[in-house]
Write a new protein. Structure first.
Length: 422
């Protein structure tokens, strides 16, 4: 296992069965994390291999995220993969795949030493695959194991509007917006140019800025790319296509109701250049945040882990620490006993008001049996008669209801007997 930790052979040297076994063991999401706080599946492996948050989201949408991760990091050495597996606590994966990984690495070294260099064995092939090499600088990034560059927006325009597109590039990039266009970034040799543009829109760009003009809408390729960008935004549930009307034209139905930048109206209440920058600056913030802080935020610092552990230990012994007495002025006032007993005695309040209270109050209510009442609370004789009269009316009303119910039941019984007799 020590030889694999220092192996410089690329991950591309691993055969398909080896990658399939690694993917099968890493695809399932684990609940428990490693000692470093990383997920013990392909997500933690992606973080250890320095994949940004945007790349992790793209890998998560794949059918086999672990296989897509190994394909993306195929230029990295096997030793880095092996160290990452140990860092996320997947020693079981190392034990189960050690023999086949070591056999693939040895076979790769034999091919190199015997000068049998096939296209699948060369490191430059791993770093220069046509499927990934789309922009200028991609080969160097893959060769150094760095993530592929991303852009804030892809600039989609017709060749006849190149001057206005150059003005957009100059104004936006002076303010930090990173734009991608086919003339500057797209590498030659792609079988179909629109396929390379589609891959750039889908995997590298946060927005698509379309410069609309009569010449743009006359091109079937441009209309298809604009429709694809709009469909991509619906798929990602976000704002993807940003229409920019450069010259007056009849917009198609799929663009007619979209909010857009209109340069044909001139500068009115809102400067269209400022509006363009405000829209693209959101994508710029997302790109910068995903590149600079996604990896560092996903790894907990050792000092922070020690502090959290010390905090847990301190809370476990918190019961043994005497509590500092709080001054009486700061303590909240206690609720009286009568307030606590109020819900229970609410049903008896009506009868208590009706009944006369003579001589002594109840011990359960006042807390002291036999305590005399005050002269003010003692009712008069007329009050007693009124209350007794009200009680009598209540009881008589209940009796009348009971009698009426009995009479009705007897009358119904007689009717039924009469009907049966007939």
């Amino acid at each position: 296992m020590g030889d694999l930790d220092s192996s410089e052979s690329p991950i591309a040297a691993l055969t398909s069965p080896t990658k399939d076994k690694l993917a099968l063991m890493l695809n399932g999401q684990k609940i428990l994390t490693s000692d470093e706080g990383l997920p013990r599946d392909w997500r933690g492996l992606a973080q250890r291999l320095d994949c940004d948050m945007e790349r992790q989201q793209q890998l998560g949408r794949a059918a086999s995220p672990a296989a897509a991760l190994l394909e993306h990091c195929r230029a990295l050495p096997v030793g880095q993969l092996w160290t990452a597996l140990a860092a996320i606590g997947r020693l079981d994966v190392q034990d189960d795949t050690q023999d086949i990984v070591a056999a693939d690495v040895a076979r790769y070294q034999e091919r190199l030493s015997g000068s049998v260099r096939t296209s699948s064995a060369l490191p430059i092939s791993a770093a220069g695959d046509d499927e990934e090499l789309l922009c200028v600088g991609d080969a160097e990034c893959l060769r150094n194991g760095q993530p592929l560059p991303t852009f804030d927006a892809f600039l989609l325009y017709d060749d006849g509007d190149a001057e206005f597109a150059a003005e957009i590039v100059r104004r936006m990039e002076d303010r930090g917006i990173k734009l991608c266009d086919k003339e500057r970034h797209l590498l030659p040799g792609v079988t179909f140019e629109h396929q390379g543009i589609i891959r750039l829109m889908e995997t590298r760009c946060h927005r698509v800025l379309a410069v609309l003009s009569p010449r743009f809408l006359e091109s079937a390729v441009n209309k298809f790319l604009a429709m694809f960008a709009q469909a991509l935004g619906l798929d990602k549930r976000g704002r993807m296509l940003l229409p920019c009307v450069y010259q007056k034209c009849t917009l198609p139905s799929y663009l007619m109701y979209c909010s857009r930048l209109d340069f044909t109206r001139g500068i009115g209440l809102m400067d269209p250049w400022e509006k363009m920058y405000d829209t693209l600056s959101v994508a710029m913030a997302t790109r910068v945040r995903s590149i600079s802080s996604s990896v560092s935020e996903s790894r907990p610092a050792p000092a922070a882990a020690a502090q959290s552990k010390a905090r847990c230990n301190s809370t476990s012994g918190a019961l043994a620490v005497p509590r500092t007495p709080v001054p009486a002025a700061c303590e909240p006032p206690e609720k009286p006993a009568a307030a606590e007993a109020q819900p229970r005695s609410a049903s008896r309040g009506f009868l208590r008001r009706l009944l006369p209270t003579r001589g002594r109050s109840r011990g359960s209510e006042s807390g002291t049996e036999g305590a005399p009442t005050t002269p003010e609370s003692e009712p008069t004789s007329e009050t007693d008669q009124q209350r007794r009269g009200q009680l009598g009316k209540l009881f008589n009303h209940g009796k009348d209801k009971h009698k009426n119910g009995k009479h009705k039941a007897k009358a119904e019984k007689k009717k039924k007997e009469a009907l049966l007799a007939v």
